[in-house]
Design a protein around this ligand. Sequence first.
Ligand code: F6P
Length: 588
Amino acid sequence: MTLYTKSGNLWLRIMLENRGFLSRSSEFSIGPNLLIKIKMTQLTELAEWQALKKHHQIINSQNMQTWFANDCLRFKHFSLQAGDLLLDYSKNRITQETIQLLCNLAKATHLSEKIANLFSGHYLNSTELRPALHTALRDRSQQSIYLNNKNIMPQIHAEQVKMRKFSDQVRQSQWLGATGKPITDIVNIGIGGSHLGPLMATHALQDFALDRLQCHFISTIDDAHVNEILKKINPETTLFIVSSKSFSTLETILNAKTIRAWLQDIVGSDRLFQHFVAVTSEPNKALEFGIPHEQIFLLWDWVGGRYSVWSAIGLPLAIMIGMDQFVNFLAGAFEMDKHFQQADFSTNMPVILALIGIWYNNFFDAKSHAIVPYTHQLNHFRAHLQQLDMESNGKRTTHFGQIIDYATGPIIWGEHGCNGQHAFHQLLHQGQHFVPVDFLIAVESNNELNDHHDLLIASCLSQAKALLQGKSYESALSELCEEGYSDEEAKTLASHKSIPGNRPSNILFLNKITPHSLGSLLALYEHKIFVQGAIWNINSFDQWGVELGKKLLPRILSDLKNTKKSSLSSYDSSTQGLIEHYQQIKSI
Ligand code: F6P
């Protein structure tokens, strides 16, 4: 149930779907005359949470290897298939009882209702008063989805038709630059969600891309980055996609203006905008920039930036792989959406991944989560997940504005597993931090090079097994003795060589990296993050934390060139010292 109250200009949406938390009394003043009193229970006070806490004390002292030894069907019991994906979650510190208790927590926090609310356009983004309807962008059901009594599907389809027409024109060499030459290079100018999703997906699906097209990405305002790309391209045959939901992000707009001026010097102003299209929810700002109406692709405020690759923000991908394959990408996500909506919690892949994450995050005190793909195509997946997870769930306030006392989203990090093995895997195996790992691999490669792919898969499975199994002190000792070390030497070295094991990992096995399987994989993680945010009772769809730095920037920018020492005295001594150092080196 949802209650809306209005006080002056302030609308406050109180989501009583959080009623699983009701019990301790809280007060919310939402205007001069209006005070709402409700009873709240902290998540950690729920009986289901307490039961997990008790259960953790038992599980913490147990070893997964014993469970494998006692249950030859453990893989069968703890693996799931959904579409193109197999999830093996058997190498986790869980028993059937753990899963049951975690599912109880999900039920106590009204997860089913919250999932239904996500898909039906409830205003889950409670601080910005919007729904998060990215799932509508990939809905293939032909059903209407209503927002404020308006079916939003026709506008989504219209934009997809426009994307198809334009991407076909570019791919078929019909879209010509200012000097009449067909496009050979696409440069996406965007940052955050207007960069990471398209970058991740175009890289992952490069085997499906048209050979004669190259796609580049400019995100930062670092002039080294901008110049590096501009040196690689032929201006006469390059299309720039200015991709910004707000069309006001400092980095994107500065880069777009710099490139517009650079290009104007080369091709003149008459047909300059043959080289620009925009993707935005602020078409007037794109028009002001000079981009013609027909070359502006729309998204809407109910699509979060980090969830926008399914919209026209995915245009670079649609151009590179063609609209039919882009539709397959959407279809893969839609398949995962249906699974997420329909499967019981205990067989629901996103729910299981999320619950296991909560188990480690909140009960084992894991601070981070490693994403380790053994797939070159997924090299940018971790970076995209960093925004998706950390911008969504890096929060400290409940929907009701209370500061919370439990851990929320973990630090997401990682790298291709082959590189990781020769770098950070040492810490995974023997370090003092508890780091759950997701390994991502594909059964089939798109480029069969002799034994490379089998070796890759074997490497991944060996790492997961080593994390599970470890190496006892005794076995290290006996190996060293066999190698001829003296007793004394062997004893010392054995402690260095022993590996604790019992460290958890998931393996996500994709059949092959295709537009369809990539769509499913990405939707899987989006939903995992949603479930965690729903259980933690936080708003996974806003990002207020990024605002302060943006606000401080203009004054610092102007003070870098300001010679009046007195104006710097209001800064902290660190900022002041650094500005002065900059001015001294630059002789300002
Ligand atoms: O500053 C953070 C952020 O708002 C992200 O959430 C977003 O993806 C990114 O900036 C880019 O925003 P835009 O697409 O409006 O340029």
